[in-house]
Design a protein around this ligand. Structure first.
Ligand code: HEM
Length: 414
């Protein structure tokens, strides 16, 4: 194994020291090995190649948890009980809109759109405004404020509203989602077994919720819309649970990372923070776009080649897992000038692929953007004096979804 491959393998184990700063590795890969075979997968690092694959679902399937060389390799390491859990987790995950292809994907995506009507988004925007103010008021009581509290709680509050989950159940939901999330990347057996238990508990919760909604017809929320789809026989019960799960999961941990790591980057790049504070309402949309690019909350996506293909001169066999390194693509100097610099004035930040591209483009993009915008704007407008306690922060979570353990600041209210 080469030194570069060794570092990549180290990163994939999600060791805190490795995930603290993946950017030099992404740069080195992009410069020296834009398509690299790494164990059971190929990593693709350049913006043009990543985008070309994302717009080619026929040759690159999204069903990458059940199919492909990486899934087979992970599965081969497991004992019988773990293998059963693996199959159950990934059969369920294989029904998620994000993991389907072709007609099945079109159908689920059309149904999922029912959750994101302009009226619903406007309601969520009003709620986000209120929630951020309330959370910030509460946090401001403390001499040292952990902004990760805002980053965790806001997305969870909004996704719970979107899904019609009672407020009292938010912590249950967060527990299941955290346990499911730790299995991302799927290389460890402990998190796999825990994700399996979380899945079983969560499915029972959704089934009870659906039964409850059936007894009270006439709802206008997401569950009502999904049940309507079920009655039209366009959606099975397991697909409804899957839709719930994917919206919940995709809808909060990702946004937590945008807000948490985004605020950290703003606060340590003081010239950029000053730019935002000078005009919070005007600059916050561009800040959100640039931070999506710079932070890349989901560092990569997986696909499986459905036929032999060649990318940037490298032959990729049928069935190979391909890792699309969004984080690397978003710092590709072929597309972005001085890509390693956070620059809120950048006019082309929107060319990032942080929300995906093509048929699977993020369904929650408008919600993600409004949450980032409101969090960054409110903090800059109300507490421009905010200072980091330290910029030595600990990154946890995993290599794909890097998350700050804490983000301690003082508000220094005048
Ligand atoms: C900063 C926050 C977010 C980031 C970085 C993000 C990123 C992404 C990315 C990269 C994809 C493409 C997946 C692929 O091509 O395989 C995606 C898809 C998706 N996202 Fe997001 N997302 C965010 C927030 C949200 C929110 C708030 C929701 C829902 C409330 C959501 C729901 C979804 C769904 C359902 C898909 C699957 C779409 C499909 O397969 O057609 N996301 N997201």
């Amino acid at each position: 194994m080469s030194e570069l491959e060794g570092r990549f393998a180290d990163l994939m184990t999600s060791r805190p020291a490795a995930i603290a700063d993946p950017w030099p590795l992404w740069r080195e890969l992009r410069e020296t090995a834009p398509v690299l075979e790494l164990g059971p997968a190929f990593a693709v690092t350049r913006h043009a190649d990543v985008k070309a694959i994302l717009r080619d679902p026929a040759r690159f399937s999204s069903d990458s948890n059940r199919r492909g060389t990486r899934a087979a390799e992970l599965r081969s390491r497991l004992d019988e009980e773990q293998r059963r859990a693996f199959d159950e987790v990934y059969d369920f995950q294989g029904r998620f809109v994000v993991a389907t292809d072709g007609e099945a994907h079109d159908r689920l995506r059309r149904i999922a759109h029912r959750a994101f009507t302009p009226r619903r988004i406007a309601e969520l925007e009003a709620a986000a405004d209120r929630y951020v103010d309330e959370l910030v008021d509460e946090l401001a009581q403390e001499p040292v404020v952990d902004l990760m509290q805002l980053a965790y709680r806001l997305p969870l509050m909004l996704i719970a509203d979107l899904l019609g989950v009672p407020h009292a159940d938010r912590s249950l939901i967060k527990g299941w989602s955290d346990r499911w999330g730790r299995n991302r990347g799927g290389a460890e057996t402990g998190p796999l077994m825990d994700a399996h238990t979380a899945m079983v508990e969560f499915r029972a919760y959704v089934e009870a919720m659906i039964a409850d909604h059936r007894r009270t017809p006439g709802q206008t929320d997401l569950v009502g819309a999904l049940l309507g789809a079920e009655q039209d026989e366009r959606m099975s019960a397991v697909e409804i649970a899957g839709m719930f799960f994917v919206l919940l999961f995709a809808g909060h941990e990702t946004t937590t990372n945008l807000i948490g790591t985004g605020l950290f980057e703003l606060l340590r790049n003081r010239d950029q923070w000053a730019k935002l504070c000078a005009d919070p309402a005007g600059v916050s949309p561009a800040a959100t776009e640039e931070l999506l690019r710079y932070v890349t909350p989901v560092q990569w996506l997986n696909r499986v080649a459905t036929e032999p293909v060649e990318i940037a001169g490298t032959a990729i066999p049928e069935g190979a897992t391909v890792l699309l390194l969004l984080a690397s693509a978003n710092r590709d100097p072929e597309v972005f000038a001085s890509p390693g610099t956070l620059d809120l004035s950048r006019t082309d930040a929107g060319r990032h692929v942080a929300l995906g591209f093509g048929p699977h483009f993020c369904l929650g993009a408008s919600l993600a953007r409004l949450e980032g915008r409101i969090a960054f704007r409110t903090l800059a407008a109300r507490f421009p004096e905010t200072e980091l306690i330290t910029d030595a922060i600990t990154v946890e979570g995993n290599a794909k979804l890097r998350r700050l353990q804490a983000l301690e600041v003082t508000f220094q209210v005048c």
